[in-house]
Each structure stands twice: as C-alpha cells, then as structure tokens.
Design a protein around this ligand. Structure first.
Ligand SMILES: [Cu+2]
Length: 146
C-alpha cells in the first residue's frame, strides 16, 4: 500500500514531466484598429531550465499566420524582419517588446480589441510546446477611440 502511494506521488509530480521549464510573464497583444489584419504579441519569456533553448515557431487561433520577428536598423530606418528562432539562454530571459523581438500576427480573422484574450502557443526546438494567454491591450498612442 505504501509502495502504491509513492508510485502515485511520482506519477503526479510535475518534476517527472519532460516539458521544458518556461515562464511567460507580462504577455499582451496589441489591439488593432477595425479592418487591420496584423498585430503583434509581446511578453517576457524566462528559461528556468539548465540548458539553452530556442523558440522555433508560434501559433495562435487569433491569426492566420504568426511569425517570429526582430527589428533592425538600416541607415535611419527601423525595419522588421522574420527570424528563424528566438534564443532562450539557460537561466536567462528574452523580452519581446515594441521596437525589438515580437511575435507578428498576420491575417487576423477579426480585429483584436482591448479586453479580449488570445491564446498563443510556442514551439521549442526540442518539440515541447508552451501555451499562454495574452490579454489584448491598446499600446499605440494617438489611435482614435470609439
Ligand atoms: Cu513584425
């Protein structure tokens, strides 16, 4: 009987799962004006694992397509470009923020409005998946309100 209890405890313990230890905090998606079909998701992603990982793809039911983007400066122009992965060093964290790394959303089936929540899934290089919710927020100044 004692043996069975121990076995159950081991099976239920999250430590026995092979899932990578990621933590996503301060996630949000940018609210869009009506008829806009692109947006972006920002968050702080921490890697609590003792080895490096990388995010190789992102998915969300809120967009037809999601890409990993970086922003580079060319001359005095800021340009977005697609990258193949976001590096997550062991014990480190990566900040996705305006003007820097972000998850770009294309082909939105409906506008993202403040108060909504979208589900985002990250795929890691080792096949693990990580899901989080991103509340939709207005982040650009000067957009007219209804
Ligand atoms: Cu972008």
């Amino acid at each position: 009987m004692i043996k069975m209890c121990l076995l159950a405890a081991v099976l239920l313990s999250p430590m026995t799962l092979s899932a990578t230890t990621l933590e996503v905090s301060q996630a949000y998606a940018r609210a869009t004006p009506p008829n806009a079909v692109t947006s972006a998701v920002f968050a702080t992603i921490s890697n609590h694992d003792n080895q490096d990982h990388s995010i190789v793809a992102a998915l969300t039911p809120a967009a037809g397509k999601a890409e990993l983007h970086d922003v580079i400066t060319e001359g005095d122009m800021m340009k977005m470009r697609q990258v193949t992965s976001f590096k997550l060093p062991a014990g480190g964290s990566l900040q996705l923020k305006p003007g820097s790394f972000h998850i770009m959303l294309f082909d939105l089936p409906q506008p993202l409005m403040a108060g909504m929540n979208i589900e985002v899934e990250l795929q890691l290089e080792n096949g693990d998946h990580y899901r989080f919710d991103a509340p939709v927020k207005k982040v650009m100044a000067g957009m007219h309100q209804h």
